[in-house]
Design a protein around this ligand. Structure first.
Ligand code: NBP
Length: 479
């Protein structure tokens, strides 16, 4: 046995992760269901480091130093179960299986419990950054036991992305499914970020009257400020690109139907189960679904509504500044929701996730990497019991400065007929949080009227029901 770690599943992610490990000086056993991928890896990249190719599960396991550490990088779902079933009988107590795929955290909880019974550590690790990240440094979100993390940490810290201050973007998120849960919410926030950026683009295009190139310039300038992030950077690249065949802006020749693989949907489904509102993420998922409904959109095209009238040059520049404020404020709201979802999951499953540590490991390597996350980490470091990001003094002050512009942008979008579900939902969430009274009192009255669902009073303890069909007197129903 000579390999310090093994990777099975050598499609794009597994191959790049194995290369990353080898380039960092580790001896890596490599294995794949079909042999060709293993051969291709060793033939193509064997000179990058020390690989031990294995063409059977037995050889693969035999090539690993004990306690064995093997990383599974196969298609999530059934294939992951199949691979675990193939390898687990060959392992011994204390060995560690890492699932680096995009598993649902409930599957990870199930697998972890089953393998723990057999004495095997199971680490569900969220890996973000796509193929480029896997090769050059991903953000890694490992769950599982603290003991398994200690055994993996020296390797994970070497291959992970580095934040600007030099720390590795990996830390132990929490037990069993905590890592995959946090990766799921990362993807939900990514959906929200992308939707908000897309709305900002649409407003600059339709209301400010800017060309895609001009908008690319605007995003580039925003990328030097507080919105500095990977997603803003690539947005500018995409907007500045012209189609080779037609010479038209690329963004004008692509079908306007956004697709999805499902992690955004999982985030929203899980949020519904936990009872935690994440409208920013939900609107982003729904916006993709709506865009894909070609027939419904076609059938609705003739509905009456305003046609945006582009602004003059000076007003347009002022409006662009307002859109930056609206984008930043809405982004802060969707991060607030995402971190509240992590807190809710952590409480439900007893994970004790440190939100500041999560912000820290998203600072590099992953899709939502951004300068802003340093500030999120600092906010939680200063006050670990922060009720929400919006409760942080510095963030609250920024919201105060942004809100006039934010409201102007949402009002303009509504008046001009430009759909901005992300901006609008973020503002509604913000106003709902700050409201002295919500109309939920009326909803409680309606529920009590038709279903005798009872209500609590603002002025007295107890549970009450009004006899709506009778003399409308009130009775206390909690004994
Ligand atoms: P894929 O998700 O396309 O999976 C292909 C790999 O799964 C191949 O190695 C294939 O082996 C193996 N596999 C399958 Br399919 N069924 C199997 C089975 N029953 N037994 C054994 N092996 C099986 O690969 P990927 O795009 O590299 O992604 C790997 C994981 O990483 C996924 O969970 C993905 O969601 C996650 N992820 C991907 C990205 C990304 O940017 N692509 C980013 C972050 C996370 P074969 O070669 O024999 O068919």
């Amino acid at each position: 046995a000579t390999a310090q770690i093994g990777v099975t599943g050598l499609a794009v992610m597994g191959r790049n992760l194995a290369r990353n490990l080898a380039r960092n000086g580790f001896t890596v056993a490599v294995h794949n269901r079909s042999e060709a991928r293993t051969r291709d890896l060793v033939d193509g990249f064997g000179d990058e480091g020390s690989f031990v190719p294995a063409y059977s599960a037995e050889d693969f396991v035999a090539s690993l130093e004990r306690p064995r550490r093997l990383v599974v990088m196969v298609k999530a779902g059934g294939p992951t179960d199949a691979v675990i079933e193939e390898f687990a009988p060959l392992l011994e107590e204390g060995d560690v299986i890492v699932d680096g795929g995009n598993a649902h955290f409930l599957d990870t909880r199930r697998r972890e419990a089953e393998l723990r019974e057999r004495g095997i550590h199971f680490v569900g690790a969220g890996v973000s950054g796509g193929e480029e990240g896997a090769l050059n440094g991903p953000s890694i979100m490992p769950g599982g036991s603290a003991e398994s993390y200690r055994s993996l940490a020296p390797m994970l810290e070497r291959i992970a992305a580095r934040a600007p201050d030099g720390t590795a973007c990996v830390s132990h998120v929490g037990p069993d499914g905590a890592g995959h849960f946090v990766k799921m919410v990362h993807n939900g926030i990514e959906y929200a970020d992308m939707q908000l950026i897309a709305e900002a683009y649409q407003l600059l295009r339709s209301v400010a009257g800017y060309s895609p190139e001009r908008i690319a310039e605007t995003f580039r300038s925003w990328n030097t400020g507080r919105l500095d992030s990977y997603l803003i950077e690539i947005t500018a690249e995409v907007l500045a690109h012209r189609d080779g065949a037609t010479g038209e802006p690329f963004v004008d020749v692509v079908q306007d139907r956004a697709e999805q693989k499902g992690t955004g949907r999982w985030t929203v489904q899980t949020a519904l189960d936990l009872g935690v509102p994440v409208p920013g993420i939900a609107e982003a998922v729904f916006a993709r679904s709506l865009s894909g409904g070609a027939e419904l959109r076609e059938a609705s095209r003739a509905l009456p509504g305003p046609v945006p009238a582009p602004l003059g040059e000076e007003e347009a520049a002022r409006f662009a500044d307002r859109v930056e404020q609206a984008l930043y404020a809405s982004k802060l709201v969707s991060y607030t929701q995402g971190f509240l979802q992590i807190a809710a999951g952590s409480a439900e499953y007893g994970w004790d996730v440190d939100p500041g540590a999560v912000a820290a490991l998203w600072r590099a390597g992953c899709i939502i990497r951004a300068a802003f996350l340093d500030r999120v980490r600092d906010a939680y470091a200063a006050r670990p019991d922060l009720p929400s990001l919006l409760s942080d003094d510095a963030f609250a002050e920024e919201m105060g400065r942004a809100q006039e512009d934010w409201r102007h942008v949402v009002a303009t979008a509504a008046a001009q007929g430009v759909p901005t579900p992300g901006f609008s939902a973020a503002l509604a969430y913000y106003d709902a949080l700050r409201a002295e009274r919500l109309p939920a009192a009326l909803v409680q009255g309606q529920r009590d009227y038709f279903g005798a669902h009872t209500y609590r009073r603002a002025d007295r303890e107890g549970v009450f029901h009004t006899l709506w069909a009778g003399d409308r007197s009130e009775e206390r129903v909690d004994g």
